[in-house]
Design a binder for this molecule. Structure first.
Ligand code: PLP
Length: 394
């Protein structure tokens, strides 16, 4: 129905993003953009999405003041945007549910998704059960073994979990398989990509469905305090919760910060800090900052947090950092673990290991003289309990 993209396919002065997809996927991607544009302008779709976000996901999620942690760190004020309280325990459901609604509107009956640690797979399986869509989740065999509870959750929601044996048996291979499966079934199936990554229009689609986080948080902090904070902070895996929180604060002249996984060392292979060691490259359909070796092969990454352990940063967030409007930092495994423990002890909230990387930046911000911070708590830490148990010797 269309022969060219209408929305911008590139981000920033360096032209990140794009649509590096095989021929067979071009028409489905064009159709997806057209359907997305129509849905965003359709008040019926917007009303349906809003109702599901409210009654199924549990939005708006609270903005919780954290005065005891703030005092401990030497901050005047700290506010936590509680995506950990969204259904299935993280922000992933915002995107999964919205894309599932879009797929149903397009007449698709089947959903394909990839998952690494399993959070996006669980959110997608839940959304599909809710809307009566068939769901197949591609997952590397290594990930299936180490994330067995999430495999069980997906199966309880009626999803088929498709093991991927290739390569390391992790997220990278799962995305490849999911894209391949979609190319073969694109008239009946929609592919729900889990972060602000992939070929156009996925990065734009996912960011649009996640900005509800920042829109709510901005209104909530103004309502609670009458002012905006000095800094807004989120962790960055692919970049979806980061963009979701940071983009709505774009015109506010405050510090916007994204924290990547510093892992356990600074050498290639010991971290997932793409902004601090990445070079331009193409992976999974888009051109962005990528960790790669001297020969251009995608590098291994390491992080205590599965959700941040990915070699590429989404193109829009990478562009915001390269263009100087978002500040990128890194937090090590140890710093994230310590930050999680401190939040638990001072506020009674158990954060996901991903979110703990954002928390780990707070001492540095206090030392730099920042007084008030709004932080995106992207998920809850129950899924990470065994890591906390062994690493914190509980
Ligand atoms: C998946 C995940 C992330 C990282 O993904 P983004 O797309 O960068 O948001 C962060 N936090 C939690 C809790 C996650 O599940």
């Amino acid at each position: 129905m269309n022969d060219a993209f209408v929305l911008p396919t590139r981000f920033g002065a360096r032209g990140l993003g794009g649509c590096y997809a095989p021929e067979t996927l071009m028409q489905p991607l064009l159709d997806l953009e057209a359907a997305f544009r129509a849905a965003m302008e359709d008040s019926g779709f917007q009303a349906e999405l809003k109702a599901e976000l409210r009654h199924f996901v549990g939005r708006p999620t609270p903005l919780t003041p954290a005065p005891r942690l703030a005092a401990k760190l030497g901050l005047k004020a700290l506010y936590l945007k509680r995506e950990d309280l969204a259904h299935t325990g993280a922000h992933k459901i915002n995107n999964a549910l919205a894309q599932a609604l879009l797929a149903r509107r397009m007449g698709r009956t089947e959903i394909i998704a990839e998952t690494g640690a399993g959070q996006h797979g669980v959110a997608t399986a839940a959304a599909c059960a809710r809307l009566g869509l068939r769901c197949t989740v591609y997952m590397g065999v290594t990930d299936m073994a180490r994330q067995a509870p999430n495999v069980a959750r997906m199966r309880l929601f009626g999803a088929t979990v498709q093991p991927v044996e290739a390569g390391q048996g992790t997220l990278k291979e799962a995305v490849n398989e999911a894209l391949r499966a979609w190319a073969g079934r694109c008239t009946e199936a929609h592919y729900i990509l889990g972060s602000a990554l992939g070929p156009h229009p996925f990065p734009t689609l996912v960011r649009s469905f996640q900005t509800v986080i920042g829109e709510e948080a901005r209104a909530q902090v103004l309502e609670q305090t009458g002012a905006l904070p000095e800094a807004v902070v989120a962790c960055a895996g692919g970049g979806s919760n980061g963009l979701g929180l940071l983009v709505p604060f774009a015109g506010d002249g405050l510090r916007r910060m994204a924290v990547e996984a510093g892992g356990h060392g600074r050498a290639l292979g010991e971290h997932a800090a793409r902004l601090d060691g990445g070079r331009m490259g193409v992976l999974h359909g888009c051109r962005t900052l990528l960790l790669q070796d001297a020969h251009g092969h995608t590098a291994e990454t390491a992080s205590v947090s599965a959700g941040l352990d990915y070699p590429a940063l989404g193109p829009e967030l990478a562009a915001l950092v390269l263009d100087g409007t978002v500040d990128a930092r890194r937090a090590s495994d140890e710093e994230a673990l310590a930050a999680a423990r401190l939040l638990c002890e001072t506020e009674g909230i158990l954060p996901a290991l991903e979110s703990s990387h954002a928390l780990a930046l707070l001492p540095a911000l206090a030392a730099e003289g920042v007084a008030s911070v709004l932080l995106g708590l992207s998920g809850r830490g129950d899924k990470d309990l065994s890591t906390y148990q062994s690493r914190l010797e509980l």
